[in-house]
Every structure is written in structure tokens, then in C-alpha cells.
Design a protein around this ligand. Structure first.
Ligand code: ATP
Ligand code: MG
Length: 300
């Protein structure tokens, strides 16, 4: 299938979920079970995902060779929404040298001695690389917003902790992302949008299967009590930070195969827009290659 054709086909699985302007954004308009009428048994999803990941692998070679742009993929979600599996599937086939996954957990005491973006900026992708943030600076306006005792541990001067703090942080994040994009980092943000009901089902499955027990943490179940607070925090975050330059994708997450398809498609689309190519070489370099060939040819 021609590339143009694939791009046309994937647009309908990306466009409905891409948020580039947050003003009117409401999470309620998005159904976690949405599959755009697509059914896995058609084979189309698998087929598209496969093509998407192969394509991405090729684009990544060029990204690496050009060494100009970098790609930052931010993944945020409630537990069991499928961040890990999505990252694994979408990045399969990518040269590991050009790609780095960073998982952000609770901050260390050293992290807490710094401004809130410090630990994240240290792990940004270099030029030519794909950086994946499995959780990110958005935790600073999600879990920290939902549990204000975490904010207390951040040692901020008391005058700076007031009712504006979340809007201020969101504004700082939006500016930070503007800055990154002006430096040649493409920033794509994925919210894997899981329903509360599906989360319960997945937790139950983890409890039923011994090989999944390691993934289960009783604290995850306690967090369910704060579901509405989290959804509010996500909504506010998306409102304040969705932009053309650094879009959000609200990806339906109740069907894993569909989540993966949408994420892969969104990345392919964004990278394709860069019109990457392998660097060409100048006359001088061509001559050097000819000399090298001749030298190798003379070897006994
Ligand atoms: P897994 O799929 O393995 O459960 P995970 O990303 O949920 O992956 P955990 O170790 O279970 O990893 O959880 C990390 C925890 O760290 C989350 O509860 C998250 O909210 C918390 N966390 C991440 N960033 C921050 C932060 N900046 N401040 C406080 N807590 C944070
Ligand atoms: Mg967890």
C-alpha cells in the first residue's frame, strides 16, 4: 500500500482524538470504549499497526541520521490503562540505540531540592532520538494536585503555595513545551483514557493470574477513590496545555488493540510531517568514498 493511502486511512483514527486547542475541552465527550466502528477481527487493525510500526522504524533511522529533530512522547494514564504494553508494541522494531524510555516514579530527595521540571529536563531526548516518558512532568499537576500532602513535601516557600499554583504550573508546562518545540523537539502527549469499570476488570485479572501479581499494588485500588479528582486534574491539564505545537491525544483505552493503533498512527503522522530524509553527501565526501573503495579493492 502506498504511504499516502496509509496516511489517509489512519487520519480517521487519529483526528477525533487529537486536541490542539484546550479552551472548550471536556473529557465527558470522549468514550474510553470508542473504536471508531473498527473491529479487530477484521484484521485491519493488526495490519495497520504492523505497517505503522515498520514505518516508524524507518522514519526513526532517518531521524537518527539527520540528527536535527528529536521526538518526545509523553504517556499519562490511570493505572492499568496499558502504558507499558502500548510503549512495548508501538516501539517494537525500533533501533534501541535511537530510543530511550524513562519511567518517572516518586521523586527522590535530591529531586525535591530542585524546581519541579528539573528531573524531567535532565532526561529529555538528544537530537535524533526518540524519548518516551512513562509518566512525566504532568504528574506535578495530577498526582500532586490530587494529593496535596505531596505538594507539602516539595519544600516550596509558603507564599508561593496558593490557589493559583495549579494554573501557574500548567502555564509553566505549556511554556516549557513551547520552548522544546522551538528547539526542534516534537512533543506528543498521550492520555490513555480508561473507564473506571475497565480498570476494575483489569485489576481483577491481575489478582486472578499469579504471573500478574507483581503488577498489583493495593495502593492502586485506593487511588480509585480519587477517580473524579484525577479526571478533573486531567481535564484541566489538557485544557491548559493542548496546542498545535504540542498536541494531546485522548486515546480510548478500554480496548488495548485500538489504543496501540491510535498511538502508532499519531506518531507516524507527526514524524511524516517532518519530511525526513537521509543526509546526502557533498562532492568532497564522495571523493573520499571512492578513494576508500579503491583502497579496499587493492587489498590482498
Ligand atoms: P506500573 O505499571 O509498574 O505500576 P507505574 O508507572 O504505575 O508503573 P509505580 O511504581 O507503580 O509505577 O508508581 C509510580 C508512582 O509514582 C505513581 O503512583 C505515581 O503517581 C507516582 N509519581 C510519579 N511522579 C510523581 C511525582 N512527581 N510526585 C509524586 N508521585 C509521583
Ligand atoms: Mg503502578
Amino acid at each position: 500500500m502506498r504511504r499516502r493511502e496509509i496516511l489517509d486511512r489512519i487520519e480517521k483514527y487519529v483526528q477525533p482524538f487529537r486536541i490542539t486547542k484546550g479552551d472548550d475541552f471536556k473529557l465527558a465527550g470522549f468514550d474510553p470504549g470508542d473504536t471508531r466502528g473498527l473491529r479487530l477481527d477484521k484484521g485491519e487493525a493488526r495490519d495497520l499497526l504492523q505497517q505503522g510500526t515498520e514505518w516508524l522504524a524507518e522514519e526513526q533511522e532517518m531521524l537518527y541520521a539527520e540528527n536535527r529533530w528529536s521526538l518526545l512522547l509523553v504517556f499519562q494514564a490511570m493505572d492499568a490503562a496499558g502504558k507499558d504494553g502500548t510503549i512495548k508494541h508501538v516501539m517494537s522494531g525500533i533501533n534501541p540505540q535511537g530510543c530511550q524510555v524513562v519511567s518517572f516514579k516518586q521523586p527522590s530527595s535530591e529531586d525535591l531540592e530542585h524546581d519541579f521540571l528539573w528531573r524531567y529536563s535532565k532526561r529529555l531526548p538528544e537530537r535524533g532520538r526518540i524519548g518516551i516518558f512513562n509518566r512525566s512532568y504532568y504528574e506535578e499537576v495530577l498526582v500532586v494536585r490530587v494529593h496535596e500532602d505531596i505538594l507539602k513535601r516539595q519544600n516550596l516557600p509558603a507564599q508561593l503555595v496558593n490557589k493559583n499554583i495549579w494554573q501557574e504550573r500548567l502555564s509553566d508546562i505549556a511554556h516549557f513545551e513551547d520552548y522544546l518545540t522551538r528547539q526542534g523537539t516534537i512533543v506528543l502527549k498521550f492520555f490513555l483514557h480508561l473507564s473506571r469499570k475497565e480498570q476494575k476488570k483489569r485489576f481483577m485479572e491481575r489478582l486472578d493470574k499469579p504471573d500478574k501479581h507483581w503488577k498489583f499494588s493495593p495502593a492502586d485500588v485506593q487511588e480509585r477513590a480519587f477517580w473524579d479528582d484525577y479526571m478533573h486534574a486531567f481535564e484541566e491539564a489538557i485544557r491548559a496545555t493542548a496546542s498545535e505545537r504540542a498536541p494531546w491525544y485522548v486515546v480510548p483505552a478500554d480496548n488495548k488493540w485500538f489504543t496501540r493503533l491510535v498511538v502508532a498512527a499519531a506518531i507516524v503522522q507527526a514524524v511524516e510531517e517532518l519530511n525526513l530524509s537521509f543526509p546526502t553527501i557533498d562532492a568532497e565526501k564522495k571523493k573520499q568514498l571512492q578513494t576508500a573503495r579503491a583502497e579496499l579493492g587493492r587489498e590482498k
